[in-house]
Design a protein around this ligand. Structure first.
Ligand SMILES: C[S@@+](CC[C@H](N)C(=O)[O-])C[C@H]1O[C@@H](n2cnc3c(N)ncnc32)[C@H](O)[C@@H]1O
Length: 259
């Protein structure tokens, strides 16, 4: 049976309510020390004064970065996610504002605004993504940097007539099971990530999250609309070269040196 439990989640927390926030920091995936350290190393290197994380979440990155002495602020939509931050090492130093990264404007200017872990794709319209770039630019001092980390859509795995790309399947044995697949609409550039989790007693949960993909070239145009210019495009946090085989990019745009 696939059903949704009555979790008491607050709809204002969007796709990251209490029931998701509670498990978000479980070890694994992007939440392992090697991955976090590789991200924080780069951000610390780029920071030249206060920094701002858009969609700061539970502080997976912001807390350790603040722990290194970098002044970090964050904007986050979900109170449930943000509530985890203060109890982490370094987290109490992060200044979090509950708001929407497309519109929320903090006082002051920053040396770096960053938006990691595919979260630009959580904004599901082109106008909204342009607003993210514009809002990032509005927070940057001259010469400041806007960094985005985002995966590339797996469209090369779509034969004609097919719109689904599976990305995970674990057998539903005694421990339960998990099936994950993306479903693309290549006309609107929207896609959904679909997660079916089955507990050992056979009860299932189906979670479907909407996204919008944009190619790096489209993001360069969004940056240009916002008055930013591409400075670096890497394939990953190791600063390796971005190529036709890259599955993600870490891109950095720079604010003009004259205002
Ligand atoms: C995948 S998590 C990433 C959290 C954190 N940046 C990290 O790297 O672990 C996505 C986060 O983006 C937040 N989010 C989504 N859309 C947002 C928006 N428009 N403004 C602010 N936060 C948003 C969600 O609530 C969630 O906490």
């Amino acid at each position: 049976m696939i059903g949704s439990a009555n979790t008491g989640d607050d709809p204002a927390d969007g796709w990251f309510p209490e029931s998701v926030a509670a498990g978000y920091d479980s070890p694994g995936g992007a939440n392992v020390p090697e991955v976090v350290t590789s991200v924080v190393d780069v951000l610390e290197d780029l920071a030249d004064g206060p920094v701002l994380e858009f969609a700061v979440g539970t502080g997976r990155i912001a807390a350790p970065l603040a722990g290194r002495g970098v002044p970090v602020s964050g904007i986050e939509l979900s109170r449930a996610m943000a509530a985890r931050l203060a109890s982490k090492p370094g987290g109490a130093a992060v200044k979090v504002t509950i708001g929407d990264m497309t519109t929320t404007r903090l006082a002051g200017l920053f040396s770096l605004v960053y938006l990691v872990y595919n979260t630009i794709s959580n904004v599901t319209t082109q106008d909204g993504q342009v607003d993210v770039f514009r809002n990032a630019a509005a927070h940057l001092r001259p010469g400041g940097l806007f960094l985005v980390e985002v995966g590339l859509p797996d469209l090369r795995r779509l034969p004609p007539g097919q719109d689904i790309v599976p990305f995970a399947m674990t057998p539903g044995a005694a421990d339960g099971g998990y099936v994950g697949f993306d479903q693309y609409d290549i006309v609107t550039q929207r896609f959904t990530s679909n997660h079916v989790t089955v507990s050992p007693d056979g009860v299932g949960r189906f979670r479907r999250i909407p996204f919008r993909y944009a190619w790096p070239a489209e993001m360069d145009l969004m940056a240009r609309i916002a008055g930013l210019k591409l400075k670096h495009r890497w394939a990953d946090w190791d600063r390796s070269e971005f190529t036709a085989e890259s599955t993600k990019h870490v891109s950095i745009w720079e604010a003009g040196l004259s205002t």
